[in-house]
Design a protein around this ligand. Structure first.
Ligand code: DP6
Length: 334
């Protein structure tokens, strides 16, 4: 919904098949390498931005509770960008609802800032075309650049020597993918993560001796992933995604001090996935900045894979499939 004083937007998380892990510019949120993801159809974030002309600061609620600390600070910094561009000064009430546990490595910042970018740009009368919106969402959280779009999405790092590096870094849909990929989310733990992905990424870039090898590997993975998607090669998509994720975790585990998001419970799920694969089921794992495991498989196999994983791990599972890009909610009444 969009009116002159408010707008509501919905966005979904995306899970990277080739990960973004490392910034070359913290302020502009410019990544060191391209990344590629699938936007899911589960765990949407709904965000309302309503202008509040008489307020002297922004107010943020998350799932109905007034937020304090880092979250409202990041949201105000983001709204300042929108206000600057729109030439407006009014403060806002931001009400956001996640259906995914916040901060548990299930990409709530991606869906969160994608929904916020869309709702805020409309609330401040600054409707933006998708690539511009993607650049804006990137400033909130890098991976949010990808959640502006549905399905498979590539986020271009942009050439470091581009005349305007900010302009060069945005996401866009991958239009030639021929793979029906599902992701079974195994909810290992849903508490907030011990260290934010922002801090963990910073630490990895600054201290991990593996970081340069990681970048070289991820650049190769991106090319191979694009070819596998275009060629309809599910087995290659799964294998590249799993090795890319393991490489990212190994790289951060070598940071000083080490960053460890995977728990014993995550590793048990990884073992189950390997066992399933040896028994003939096409399934591969990927993990982000948290202990939860996302299991990649063919769309037709998803229910069966989810059932097996539930039996093997005794954890809840949720089947995610290719989902839509960020949308304004229309027809809502306050
Ligand atoms: C592991 O986008 O949350 O999920 O840009 O600092 O907000 P910031 O980081 P964020 O990092 C996501 C990292 C990842 C991999 C990925 O989604 O590509």
């Amino acid at each position: 919904m969009s009116t002159s004083e408010g707008a509501i937007a919905v966005a979904h998380p995306n899970i990277a098949l080739v990960k973004y892990w490392g910034k070359r510019d913290e302020h502009l949120v410019l990544p060191c390498a391209d990344s590629l993801s699938l936007t899911l159809d589960v765990f949407p974030t709904t965000t309302e931005v309503r202008l509040h002309p008489h307020a002297t600061r922004d107010y943020v609620t998350v799932d109905g509770v007034l937020a304090r600390g880092e979250t409202p600070r990041r949201i105000t910094a983001f709204l300042d960008l929108v206000r600057d561009r729109a030439g407006r000064t009014e403060r806002a009430l931001v009400a956001t609802r996640n259906t995914v546990p916040t901060g548990a490595g299930l990409a709530s910042s991606a869906s969160g800032f994608a929904a916020l970018a869309l709702a805020a740009s409309h609330a401040y009368d600054l409707p933006l075309e998708p690539a511009v919106l993607s650049r804006l969402a990137r400033r909130g959280s890098g991976s949010a650049a990808r959640s502006i779009f549905g399905g498979f999405v590539v986020w271009h790092a942009g050439a470091p020597d581009a005349p305007d590096p900010d302009l060069a870094s945005y996401a866009e849909p991958v239009t030639d993918a021929r793979v029906d990929l599902a992701m079974v989310v195994v909810l290992v733990e849903t508490g907030p993560k011990p260290v934010s992905s922002r801090e963990a990424m910073r630490r990895t870039v600054a201290t991990s001796p593996r970081f340069h090898d990681w970048l070289a590997a991820t650049r190769g993975d991106l090319q191979a992933m694009r070819a596998a998607l275009a060629g309809g090669d599910l087995a290659a998509v799964g294998a590249i995604a799993e090795s890319n994720a393991l490489g990212m975790h190994k790289t951060m585990e070598n940071a000083v001090p080490p960053v460890r998001y995977l728990t014993d419970a995550s590793r048990l799920v990884l073992d189950s996935v390997r066992r399933m694969r040896h028994a003939g089921t096409q399934a591969w794992a990927t993990m982000d900045a948290g202990p939860n495991v996302k299991v990649l498989c063919a769309g037709d196999d998803a229910e069966h894979v989810a059932y097996e994983l539930r039996e093997l791990s005794d954890r809840p599972t949720v089947v995610g499939r290719s989902g839509p890009g960020a949308t304004l909610r229309t027809g809502a009444r306050r």
